[in-house]
Design a protein around this ligand. Structure first.
Ligand SMILES: Cc1ncc(C[n+]2csc(CCOP(=O)(O)OP(=O)(O)O)c2C)c(N)n1
Ligand code: SF4
Length: 282
């Protein structure tokens, strides 16, 4: 399927050069290639938070749900629980998921629910003009911190590993081929998957040159080993001027039966239950 079929009539309002374009093009490519491999387009559901990243669902012609800021993960979990045949993909900002919505992210990873979270991690609040987020480095100067932040950043991938996520990876918005590979692998992974994308916000935190110099792709890394994954995840702590590994840090396959899925009533039973309730109260 030609990815262009997924285009919409919505006018794109991202700044020219924004890293979100790479995520948009990569995901459109991956969805169309999965459709070519036998997945149905109707079985994809996209969920977004609030922010520049969130507009991505306006630009892809697939069923989607725009949530509240920080709350993209709970509706995604609900959608998956209601119909576990669906491929549910969340697009979230670093402010959205690592700040306001961190508790939801942690619990989704803890219960290893089979959804994919793609974080547009530009390390600022983009839409609200560049305030610092949990992944901004110490001393970052933005609208809310003109003198520089006084806090060290969080390492979200370390939090995800500790919480129970079974697929943890990182890409950048200027490495399209790696992004496509990571998105596809994450979507096909059974269990909770996260792709942290170092998505450059050209307007408030332009890191293109820095990431060009510092990033490298993991090779010969044993992603099935927890200790090796932790070691690689700690190599760059979102603050130190260290090399930044990209790729899959951790991947753990678990048997189908071990995944949390809907075990309650089927559709007709639910309808009967609902009719009963309506009769009782209306
Ligand atoms: C509950 C709530 N808190 C705050 C806001 C204001 N708000 C809207 S977008 C945004 C920033 C989003 O930043 P991020 O999630 O990093 O996404 P980006 O814009 O960088 O893609 C904020 C703080 C809101 N809409 N709702
Ligand atoms: S403000 Fe930053 S994240 Fe938002 S569209 Fe512009 S470049 Fe992209």
């Amino acid at each position: 399927m030609d990815p262009k079929i997924l285009n919409t009539y919505a006018q794109n309002t991202w700044c020219p050069g924004c890293g979100n374009f790479a995520i948009l093009n990569s995901i459109k490519y991956v969805i169309s290639s999965l459709v070519d491999e036998g997945h149905t387009l109707e079985n994809f559901v996209l969920v977004s938070g609030i922010g520049c990243h969130a507009k991505i669902v306006d630009y892809i012609n697939v069923n989607s749900f725009y949530s509240l800021h920080g709350r993209a993960v709970p509706p995604a979990e609900g959608i998956k629980i209601a119909n576990d045949k669906l491929k549910v993909i969340v697009f979230s900002g670093d402010g959205d998921s690592y700040g306001e919505g961190i508790e939801h992210l942690i619990f989704a990873a803890k219960r290893n629910i089979d959804i994919t979270v793609i974080v547009h991690n530009n390390r600022v609040y983009g839409l609200t003009t560049g305030q610092f987020t949990p992944t901004s480095p110490l001393g970052y100067r933005g609208r809310s911190t003109p003198q520089g932040t006084k806090e060290l950043p969080l390492n979200p991938l370390e939090v995800m590993l500790a919480s129970g996520a079974t697929f943890i990876s990182r890409g950048t918005s200027h490495g399209l081929e790696l992004l496509k590979k990571l998105f596809k692998e994450a979507i096909l992974h059974k269990g909770f998957s996260i792709v942290d994308v170092l998505q450059v916000c050209v307007t408030y935190y332009n890191m293109y040159e820095y990431y060009d110099k510092k990033t490298y792709e993991l090779s010969q890394h044993d992603y099935s080993d927890y200790a090796s994954a932790l070691n690689k995840i700690r190599e760059w702590d979102y603050n130190r001027d260290a090399s930044i590994p990209l790729g899959v840090f951790y991947k753990k396959d678990i048997p189908d039966g071990a995944l949390p899925v809907k075990k309650g009533a089927d559709k007709s039973q639910r309808q009967d239950n609902l009719r009963g309730l309506l009769k009782e109260y209306i």
